[in-house]
Structures are given as C-alpha cells and as structure tokens.
Design a protein around this ligand. Sequence first.
Ligand code: GDP
Ligand code: MG
Length: 294
Amino acid sequence: MAIVGRPNVGKSTLLNRLLGQKLAIVSPKPQTTRGRILGVVTRPDAQVAFLDTPGLHTAKGGLNQRMVEQAQKALADADVALFLIEAGSPAIDAATRKALEQVKGAGKPVFLVINKIDLLPRARLLPLIDRWKDLHGWAEIYPLSALKGENVAGLLDALVARLPEGPALFPPEQWTDLRERDLCAELIREQLLRQTGQEVPYSAAVLVDRFDESRREEGARGLVRMSATVLVERESQKAIVIGKGGMRLKEIGTRARKEMERLLQAKVYLELFVRVEPGWTRSAKGLRRAGYEG
Ligand code: GDP
Ligand code: MG
C-alpha cells in the first residue's frame, strides 16, 4: 500500500498509527520525510506492507526531485494507493490536482483518505466528501484522524479486504527494512526540524559516524554509543543549530537520545557534531553521502 499525498497532510502520522509504533518521523514542516519508508503490519489473517513517501509536489531538481521519484516508485510497486488529503484545507488547489493526476496515472485502486477530521466541524464533512467524490473513481473514501486514531482500525480492515492472496513477504517480526542506525539518524533529524525555524531544515542531513552496539545486551538495558554529524549548507545554519553556548544542539541531542532509548530499549550515549558542506543538496555526491541515492 503506497501512502501518498501533498506534504504535511499526515502520511507519516498515519503510518505510525497503523503500525502502533513510531517509525516515520513527523513534524509540522513539509519535507520531513525524504525517503521511502517501509512499515509492515502482520496480523493472523494478513500482512500489509505500507510505503510512506515524501509528499507529491513540484520537483525542482536535486533532493526535491529524488523525493518525488520515491513517491512515484512506491506507487508503481503498490497494489493499492492511499491518497491523503487534510480536512482542514478547504480548496482543491492546483498542486493538489497535480498530485491527484500522478496518483491516477499509476492505474491502481485508490482510497481517498480524508485526514485530520478532528479539525473539522462535523457538519462540514459531508460537503467536503461531495466535493471530492467525483474527482476520481475512488475504491473507497475514508475520513479519519491519524493523530487521534479515529477510524484508523476501520481503514486497516478495508485495506486487508483488498489484498491479493499470497504468502507473507516478510517474517512476522520484521516491521521495517530501515536499519536501527538509520532510524536513530532520523530521530536526530526530527529534532532538528522541530527545534529550528524555517532556515535550517531543508538543507540539513544527519550522517552516522559511529553506531557501536558492542555493549548492548539482549533484553536488558545495555549501552549503544552513537556519533553523528549534522550536515548543513551554510555557516549561518551551523550557528543556528549549535545555538547560544551550544544550548540548541544539546537540546536536540537530549531529546533525540530519549527517543532512541525508547526505540532500542537500551541506554544511548550520543555525540553530535555540526559541519558545513556548501551545496550538498544539489550535488550528486553530497546526496549520495547523505543517503539519498535511490
Ligand atoms: P506528512 O508530511 O504527510 O508525512 O505529514 P506528517 O505526518 O509529518 O504530519 C504533519 C503535521 O500534521 C504534523 O504536525 C502532525 O502532527 C499533523 N497531523 C497529522 N495527522 C493529524 C490529524 O489527524 N489531526 C491533526 N490535528 N493533525 C495531524
Ligand atoms: Mg512524512
């Protein structure tokens, strides 16, 4: 199942909710999700593999272009597409229409998922559905709130009903294909997005320099040591990330570390560095090093 839609409509929040676990990082900023993220739900009767994607938006080369390609690839691989919109945004604007065209082009059954209904007065839901229902031959229309969990279980059941019959693709204990070290890097990037303003996020990446699990213990709280570097494009951004007296970097590290400890069920010792690398989002080499090569 490919989860697609404009940036910020709640795709990653929905994936986490479907999984019952945090996998994809979430922030109020567009472009939070950069790669395609696999999340697998296994239940006694079915296994559903979800692909969370960066938002469908107009590509302008470099990192943006790669992000849109990821969404298109996920659509091509999927049996069903979930096209997310947010109930709060009133108009069907040009960008949304364009995203819809991309989804139609994939030729798959499409669920229209109207997210964030917690923000919409009930009386406005039916008119909203009316405006959308004829824009495509939707397989189904599902209003829900990914944040509150409202109606999400119903969506999962409806999706399971659409699955082709076949063997499970993943072992039941596998819930993603991301490595833990990369999930940890994402948790750092999530804090970067949340704790800096508009200037930093789009040109920041997190590189893992070291991820040492030698002192991690099975089932106990052993220790994982991690060093990572935050890559930014300009000196001014480096100053913002570090903050006065290093306070912001410290806060980013502390919060990310707590999330990692929850994820890994181990104590984490985290070292963070910041480095300026001009133009990395536009150079193929920079993108590759930051992990965005397809
Ligand atoms: P994505 O870019 O489509 O992956 O969107 P995210 O999952 O990162 O969410 C973008 C923002 O919308 C975040 O601030 C979320 O907390 C918020 N959000 C997501 N789902 C809901 C929802 O059902 N209700 C409300 N009120 N906010 C939501
Ligand atoms: Mg996302």
